[in-house]
Design a protein around this ligand. Structure first.
Ligand code: KG4
Ligand code: ZN
Length: 345
């Protein structure tokens, strides 16, 4: 009997129906991008209100696309951390309502671990543990030693902004739309990634697997509009825009790659998995493949649809259900950041 998974950690309302053998019968994602575009970033209150309106229709659509009735569900799973508290609570409340009404188990799962589980979904039994896991998204950028789907040890990651957040702000500085990652990627086509010298903070610090993106944002800000420039300086266009976008993209990806290499060397892992919205970036995907070849490491890169937020990656909840775990109606949300937890269950 299948599992219903629910994802509302940030600004995507998503639900999926997944069998025990990890076949995704349906996966529905309602993006809120158009609601947040005018602020060029996610507005938490707007996000939770939109989840509230969409959660039931999204669940119903997932059920009908899967062709299963609610009565035939084995369990319900919901992403309970990390994320925006108001958003998380909407998903949790919906999941609890279903669990109570159908008298079935409810399990919470970790959104970050789920991003990496997208690789297990895409590659099935070919997925290798232990591996180094890179999660780069709008809210998180971390490296993990992934011993099994549920055992992640954080090795390092951003000490300030997430990589995706830097892409979003860079796009805003360049006069592009939201979300910024795909816009920067598009604008960078035909640009020279060496046109502007942008910082790769912490790159030379070989004893830490941390990264930083806020200085990169500031450096771009001063290239686009120097401190003494007029506040209504028009955004760059043409080749200058392409060169700025390409230089920014290269610097952000370089910062990540240096630390991925370090994590592979430190852990001795022969496998590398990536996930999160930034993992949809073509330059990152190609660079990771090359890095894998260079070091003789097997690389796992999920399809783009499994990189950005979705509920199919909630298939990770089967790992808990198979161990007989059931959180019951006491289940709560844990908004905190991914920096706080060394081990995640
Ligand atoms: O994983 P995700 O959908 O949501 C969070 O958990 O945060 O990631 C969204 C982030 C946004 O910051 C977006 O700009 C970035 O992923 N992103 C990209 C690309 N597609 C999405 N960044 C770089 N290149 C892309 N193609
Ligand atoms: Zn995410």
């Amino acid at each position: 009997m299948p599992l219903l998974t629910i994802e509302t950690t940030c600004d995507e309302t998503a639900a999926a129906v997944i069998t025990r053998s990890r076949d995704v019968l349906s996966s529905v994602v309602a993006s809120q991008d158009e609601l947040h575009a005018r602020w060029r970033g996610v507005v938490p209150e707007v996000a939770s209100r939109a989840h509230l309106e969409r959660i039931i229709p999204v669940i119903d659509e997932a059920m009908s696309k899967a062709g299963v009735s609610k009565a035939s569900l084995e369990a319900v799973a919901v992403a309970v951390r990390p994320g925006l508290v108001g958003s998380l609570l909407v998903g949790l409340s919906a999941a609890k309502g279903i669990a109570a009404a159908l008298n079935i188990p409810i399990v919470g799962y970790d959104h970050i671990a789920a991003h990496l589980y997208a690789c297990r979904l895409a590659y099935g039994e070919a997925m290798i543990y232990p591996c180094v896991g890179l999660v780069a998204s709008g809210g998180h950028t971390s490296l993990f030693h992934v011993r099994s789907p549920l055992e992640l040890e954080r090795l390092g990651g951003t000490i300030d902004d997430a990589a995706g957040e830097a892409f979003d702000k860079a796009a805003s500085l360049l006069g592009l739309g939201y979300p910024g990652g795909p816009q920067i990627e598009k604008a960078a086509v035909g640009g020279n990634p060496k046109a502007y010298r942008l910082p790769r903070p912490l790159a030379k610090e070989r004893d830490r697997m941390d990264m930083s993106f806020s200085g990169l944002k500031t450096a771009l800000r001063y290239l686009v509009r120097p401190p003494n420039a007029l506040s209504d300086t028009p955004p760059p266009v043409g080749q200058r825009l392409a060169d700025l976008a390409a230089s920014f993209q290269q610097a952000a990806i370089d910062s990540i790659l240096t630390k991925v290499e370090l994590a592979l060397a430190r852990t001795g892992c022969r496998a590398l998995a990536i996930g999160g919205g930034v993992a949809a970036n073509t330059l990152l995907r190609e660079s990771i493949e090359r890095l894998g070849q260079k070091h003789g490491v097997k690389v796992f890169v999920p399809p783009r649809s499994l990189c950005t937020d979705n509920a199919a990656m909630g298939a990770i909840a089967w790992e808990r259900l198979e161990r007989g775990q059931n959180d019951g109606l006491e289940l709560d949300v844990f908004p905190g950041t991914d920096r706080s937890a060394a081990h995640r269950k």
